[in-house]
Design a protein around this ligand. Structure first.
Ligand code: UDP
Length: 386
């Protein structure tokens, strides 16, 4: 019988679910039939709590009141603040988690969200005898919120040296810290695309095969004024191909319907897509907000980035890191964006070549395989739950 595993997420943005799904798929590829992974958002199944309301508020806050989110992020970004949240808002999740543990009897509990580690560890350990391993997989890239650093877990998967520093300072022993990178779907864990693959994908996706191609996106919620950026590129007169992925942002999707680029060519404008790897592998450059998932996926696809926007708090460091290593540039204004595209889309652009080499240096396509192997090993050696 397959070994049950419980993966915990919250649907704030797309990165937590994408990370959990990537690891679940990798487990199935590498150990077919051995594990039965349940990906659950306990903030959605619990009765309405402060946390589930906060999760519902995440997208409106990010889009309409970034400063409120920034204030909330910074106010909660310390061990004492996380302890207060644990003692109040997170307590109400305990019942939902207890029910999940009782019905699934998982061989490991893996948290992909900064506010679910502490409550998971507390509930798993409350009988004083359970030895089910509790594992955290951090899905932020550079700036790791204090909530991620939970001392009572058995292993924490860390994406970057900055994250390692945060976990060590929080008192997590070195032996439990695994700096393996950020999980991305196995569709991204392939050698960089060559010209033949890129052409075939462009044909299939309705893009011009010959043109330098720019992909515009903004995370799962399509954040970062997509219509303004997409219209600026389409109206620039640059001889480039363009595709826009609006994710769950229905407003942007509607506003951009019928968009045409240079020469009157229709621009593919998509809602939420399930084949992001294909769109990235078809493109020469991605214009995006500084989301950790999108950045890691772009790196694995050999794709330089123009970053236009970031969520204050957890994404500011991503932006600085991408710019520091030379894999991308920060172009917050529409005019700067079009200027950068004019330079980078020129045939043989030295700027683009330098960005491509930087991308190749830091891509970690093996991260998900290593994370899945760690979880599999820990689950196999966990005692069977009666
Ligand atoms: N994504 C997707 N389809 C879409 C838009 C986004 O699968 O139409 C995925 C994207 O590939 C990435 C995640 O959603 O895995 C976005 O994560 P990121 O960390 O970049 O931003 P977030 O949405 O968490 O703010």
């Amino acid at each position: 019988m397959a070994i049950p595993l419980l993966f915990l997420i919250a649907d704030t943005g797309g990165g937590h679910r994408a990370g959990a799904t990537a690891v679940a798929r990798r487990l199935e590829l590498d150990c077919p039939g051995e594990f039965d992974v349940h990906i659950v958002d306990p903030t959605a199944v619990a009765s309405p709590t402060l946390l589930s309301r906060t999760a519902d508020l995440y997208s409106p806050l990010i889009h309409h009141a970034r400063w409120v989110w920034a204030a909330l992020y910074h106010a909660t970004n310390s061990a004492p603040a996380v302890a207060v949240i644990r003692a109040s808002a997170l307590r109400s999740l305990g019942r939902a988690l207890r029910q999940l543990l009782a019905s699934l009897r998982p061989a490991a509990v893996v948290s992909f969200h900064p506010l679910l580690n502490h409550v998971s560890a507390a509930v798993v350990r409350e009988d004083g005898v359970s030895r089910v391993p509790v594992i955290t997989v951090i899905t932020d890239l550079v700036d790791v919120h204090a909530g991620w650093a939970c001392r009572d877990i058995d292993a924490v998967v860390i994406p970057s040296p900055g994250g390692l520093d945060r976990c060590r300072r929080a008192g997590i022993p070195a032996a439990r810290c695994h700096q393996l990178g950020l999980p991305v779907d196995s569709a991204f864990a392939r050698p960089f695309p060559d010209d033949a693959e890129r052409s075939a994908l462009r044909r299939r996706l309705g893009l011009d095969e010959e043109r330098f191609t720019v992909l515009v996106c903004g995370g799962a919620d399509g954040s970062g004024s997509l219509p303004v950026r997409a219209r600026a590129i389409a109206g620039s007169g640059l001889p480039i191909g363009l595709a826009v992925i609006c994710g769950r942002n229905r407003r942007a999707h509607t506003q951009l319907a019928g968009l045409r680029a240079a020469g009157g060519r229709a621009v593919p404008v998509m809602g939420f897509v399930d084949n992001m790897a294909e769109w990235m592998r078809a493109a020469d450059l991605v214009v995006t907000k500084a989301g950790p998932g999108t950045i890691s996926e772009a790196l694995c696809s050999g794709l330089p980035m123009l970053l236009t926007w970031y969520i204050p708090g957890q994404e500011r460091g991503n932006l600085e890191w991408v710019v520091d290593i030379g894999a991308g540039r920060y172009v917050p204004g529409a005019r700067e964006l079009v200027d950068a595209l004019a330079e980078l889309s020129l045939p043989g652009s030295p700027g683009l070549a330098a960005m491509r080499s930087a991308v190749a240096e830091v891509a970690r396509p093996d991260a998900t395989r290593r994370i899945a192997a760690l979880i599999a090993d820990m689950a196999r050696t966990a005692p069977v739950q009666g």
